[in-house]
Design a protein around this ligand. Structure first.
Ligand SMILES: Nc1ncnc2c1ncn2[C@@H]1O[C@H](COP(=O)(O)OP(=O)(O)O)[C@@H](O)[C@H]1O
Ligand SMILES: [Mg+2]
Length: 246
């Protein structure tokens, strides 16, 4: 393990029991992610992407194998420690945004800080407004989610993930519910924030277009890493694929 590694996954397996049969959603995954990297895990539906992300984010447990985040093995966490890990260290971005319809958007962002124990309302509002500005929603802080477009709602979710100053942000198909152009803007925004804030991003997607923004691409296929490409390699292959009209 390199001392710059922020996430190391070793021989990760997750088996789901289905009566008599078993599904290996993950069947021996190894990967390592450096602090500040923007990593894309690409794979078709059913490849195990969500299962992998849920385990890195601490909302599911492996059947076998280890996940080490900032030198701590999640397998060794107590329930309490796991709760603080989820609350403070991991920011989530989902396909369907998962923001609360009855709260103004700055309140949605502020809630993440309240969950962390912040009590000073003025401070919460200021931090929420600051981060909403960063994601391009200045002036819209008091709106409700229904008064925003899909892309804007995803920006709220990004702000909510980022405001916690998490160790890593995990995104599960963040462009999956957006049209192509809006999806590209969201991917670009995540990459910009990754560069500006230095936050590590792990993005899982079946959308090859998002890989343009990645430092490294892991290809996940039937619960296994099939191939790894770094940025330079990927740019070449991507251009080739686009030219060939894939
Ligand atoms: N809770 C579950 N119970 C049973 N099978 C599951 C469960 N979650 C996922 N699976 C199965 O594990 C495999 C991987 O699923 P998933 O991680 O959701 O893939 P992806 O996100 O890449 O589409 C699929 O075959 C899926 O049906
Ligand atoms: Mg999924």
């Amino acid at each position: 393990m390199d001392n710059k590694d922020i996430v190391v996954v070793k021989n990760l397996k997750r088996v789901f029991e289905f009566g008599e049969s078993q599904i290996y959603a993950l069947n021996g995954v190894d990967l390592s992610i450096k602090k500040g990297e923007f990593v894309v895990i690409l794979g078709p539906s059913g490849a195990g992407k969500t299962t992998l992300l849920n385990m890195i984010g601490g909302i599911d447990h492996p059947t076998e194998g280890d996940i080490i985040v900032a030198n701590e093995n999640l397998n060794e966490f107590s329930n309490n420690r796991m709760n603080t890990y989820r609350r403070n260290r991991v920011g989530w971005i989902f396909q369907f945004f998962n923001i609360i319809a009855s709260l103004r958007i700055w309140e949605n962002v502020g809630l993440a800080l309240e969950f962390q124990g912040m009590k000073n309302k003025k401070e919460i509002k200021k931090r929420s407004y600051d981060i909403l500005k960063k994601v391009g929603l200045e002036g819209k802080e008091k709106r409700f989610p229904s008064q925003l477009s899909g892309g804007e709602q995803q920006r709220v979710a990004i702000a909510r993930a980022l405001v916690k100053k998490p160790t890593l942000i995990v995104a599960d198909e963040p462009t999956g519910n957006l049209d192509y152009v809006t999806g590209q803007h969201i991917a670009e925004l995540m990459r910009k924030l990754n560069e500006e804030e230095g936050t590590t991003f792990i993005v899982v997607s079946h959308d090859i277009a998002i890989t343009q923004f990645a430092d490294r691409v892991y290809h996940l296929k039937m619960g296994k890493i099939d191939k790894v490409e770094d940025k330079d390699q990927f740019e070449l292959n991507f251009t080739k694929k686009v030219k060939e009209g894939e």
